[in-house]
Design a protein around this ligand. Structure first.
Ligand SMILES: Nc1ncnc2c1ncn2[C@@H]1O[C@H](COP(=O)(O)OP(=O)(O)OP(=O)(O)O)[C@@H](O)[C@H]1O
Ligand SMILES: [Mg+2]
Length: 320
């Protein structure tokens, strides 16, 4: 039994342009042809599925990623295995590149980004039912090929396994129909506060109406922490304190890992949100989404520092 993490698998290429885009883009020109000589390029492990799975492994789980990657994935795969993530369900397509996120940032922090789908488009060929309900504790459906997300939601319903629906940035591009199809019967919808407004607008529903399709809505609120809305009302937990604030990319994914550990253990909502908030702060303290690390003892000490001594901490986050 384990937690299944479905979502994108990507390499992130981060480049720095030591100038200003605006000095190179001429106003009034119909044609645009620019090339920026960048002086720094970093490659980071990315994608929502490995980001969430990496944090789950730190928290003592042995998560399995379900997704599609390409010919440039082997060193990434080995690294994931070395940190305790099961990659056996990842489909590798030797005729495709792994999805690539590329972003150039200029001196004014303006960004030009692109996302090449590559092998990710073939995530739709994966049928979660083949894993077998008896081998699954929880599933999280994170941003991925949109058809794959829809298929996974249907597979979870068919198998009767609990799932978290996590559309995140895909909310900007999916149809109302696809959104409602993914949401139906989910145990949890997770969104940040901005995405909650987008979700309400897309569905044409308020929170109460959304709760007729999903049992709980978990809303992350950046430095203000996180809340859960259920038919019983709303519970809010303030954020944990980062030691330094370096770079927040990936906080949402780390939060989801902490939340999943709590859901899987059957903890009360307040505890679930405390675990999510604590898992998130480590990401703010480093650049990159998988460059932080901690031991079980360090994590539990961090929960205590922020929220006091919770009774569940004696048994939480054991390596199984
Ligand atoms: N400045 C901060 N200080 C402490 N905790 C933070 C801060 N920013 C975010 N967090 C934690 O991370 C969680 C997720 O943050 P947020 O709501 O910004 O997610 P997000 O917008 O989906 O982020 P992203 O998609 O960039 O990963 C919050 O619920 C909170 O626990
Ligand atoms: Mg997010």
């Amino acid at each position: 039994m384990s937690i299944i993490v479905t979502g994108s698998i990507a390499w992130d290429y981060l480049m720095r342009f030591p100038g200003r885009f605006k000095d190179h883009i001429l106003p009034g020109q119909e044609k645009l042809s620019v090339s920026f000589l960048v002086d720094e390029k970093e490659r980071h492990r990315g994608g929502t599925a490995p980001n969430i799975a990496y944090n789950l492994a730190l928290l003592g789980e042995r998560p399995r990623i379900v997704g599609a990657a390409g010919l440039d994935f082997e060193d990434y795969r080995q690294w994931l295995e070395s940190v305790g993530v099961d990659t056996s369900l990842i489909r590798i397509h030797p005729d495709e590149f792994t999805a690539t996120f590329s972003v150039i940032t200029d001196l004014d922090h303006n960004q030009i980004a692109s996302f090449h789908t590559g092998a990710m488009a073939r995530a739709r060929e994966i049928d979660l039912r083949e894993v077998g309900a008896e081998n699954i504790d929880w599933v999280i459906i994170s941003p991925d090929d949109p058809v794959a997300m829809t298929n996974h939601a249907q597979a979870c319903r068919d198998m009767g396994v609990p799932f978290v629906y996590d559309p995140s940035q895909q909310l900007a591009r999916i149809s109302r129909e696809d959104f409602l199809f993914g949401l139906e019967g989910a145990a949890v919808l997770t969104v940040n506060d901005y995405e909650l407004e987008m979700a309400k607008r897309l569905a044409g529903m308020n929170e109460t109406e959304l709760l007729t399709h999903v049992k709980a809505i978990v809303v992350t609120r950046g430095p203000d922490g996180a809340s859960v809305i259920t038919q019983e009302g709303e519970i809010h937990v303030p954020a944990a304190r980062p030691e330094v604030a370096v770079e927040p990319t990936g906080v949402g994914d780390a939060f989801r890992a902490g939340m999943l550990v709590g859901l899987n253990a059957g903890y009360p909502w307040e505890t679930i949100l405390k675990l999510g908030n604590t898992a998130a702060v480590y990401v703010i303290e480093r650049t990159g989404t998988q460059n932080h690390a901690y031991t079980r003892e360090e994590f539990l000490a961090r929960v205590r520092e922020n929220y006091g001594d919770l009774p569940v901490l004696k048994t939480c986050c054991q390596k199984s």
